[in-house]
Design a protein around this ligand. Structure first.
Ligand code: SAM
Length: 256
């Protein structure tokens, strides 16, 4: 018996793998990958996740090594990825449904997803987006916080630096995309530099005292690894720049 509602005429599935390798993948997403998609594209640099796809019998193409080249403008990488998925669906009707599976939740901080939604509209493709476990879910667990208590602010580091948004220090805050906050390039393999940490620190010092304790949080993404929480005083954030990477966020408790 098929336990899932039939989705007959979907052209594109936008999916999320969850955060911790394949451990977070939902039954529904797994079902779509195995039984529905004619073509699957992923964007991952976790061999354990690719191994899982192979093991459950899902042929896939990882677009990460194809397009994510260091030094390229991130925005044009996103366009290339979206075009690749859409072109696959356009070439032959039999290629559809096409599935794109991203790390985490597909609609949490994903410019690729925004553009895919737009392109699907332009081409009259029926799009189905399926929720998944996000870095947010794992971060709440790792920090042992319940966001229902007094709420939380979640922003990209860049939008705080350029003052598109103004933090309220009385409400705790999570900053996403701390690595690369001050440039537009893909630099996944480059060593971290101090500039992102310095800009974030200088910006936050306008709202919080220098000795405010904040944490760089990197929730575990691969098998055999534990989550990392590095607590520092705001004033020393630059000294912790080596902990900045594309899988790290910054947690700033409320200053009451
Ligand atoms: C392009 S966004 C994608 C987020 C993803 N869609 C999700 O649902 O988690 C990448 C940002 O998510 C956050 N992130 C991703 N993995 C993380 C992890 N393992 N621990 C903490 N933050 C993470 C970081 O702020 C990173 O810069």
């Amino acid at each position: 018996m098929d336990l899932f509602i039939q989705e007959e005429d979907v052209d594109v599935y936008l999916l999320g793998s969850g955060l911790h390798s394949f451990l977070d993948i939902t039954f529904f997403t797994r079902h779509i990958l195995i039984n529905k998609c004619k073509n699957v594209f992923c964007l991952h640099d976790l061999p354990s996740f690719e191994h899982y796809l192979t093991k459950v019998g899902v042929p896939y193409t990882n677009l990460m090594p194809l397009y994510y080249k260091d030094g390229r403008d991130r925005s044009s990488i996103y366009n290339d990825i979206v075009n690749h998925v859409i072109n696959c669906g356009l070439q032959l009707k039999e290629n559809r449904p096409v599935g794109l599976i991203l790390h985490g939740h597909p609609l949490v901080f994903s410019a690729i997803s925004e553009r895919l939604i737009q392109k699907c509209k332009e081409h009259n493709f029926k799009l189905k987006i399926v929720p998944a476990v996000s870095a947010l879910d794992r971060i709440f667990v790792d920090l042992q916080i319940d966001i229902g208590k007094n709420g939380i602010q979640i922003f990209s580091a860049a939008s705080v630096i350029d003052k598109t948004v103004i933090p309220n220090p009385k409400v705790r805050m999570l900053l996403f995309q701390i690595q690369g906050a001050t440039n537009h390039l893909a630099l996944r393999n480059a060593p971290p530099i101090t500039r992102d940490a310095k800009e974030i620190k200088d910006t936050l010092l306008a709202y919080y005292p220098a000795n405010h304790l904040i944490s760089i949080v990197e929730s575990a993404i691969d098998l055999g690894f534990a989550s990392k929480i590095i607590e520092v005083e705001l004033n020393s954030l630059e000294l912790a720049y080596e902990h900045f990477n594309y899988n790290a966020s910054l947690y700033i408790p409320a200053y009451l």
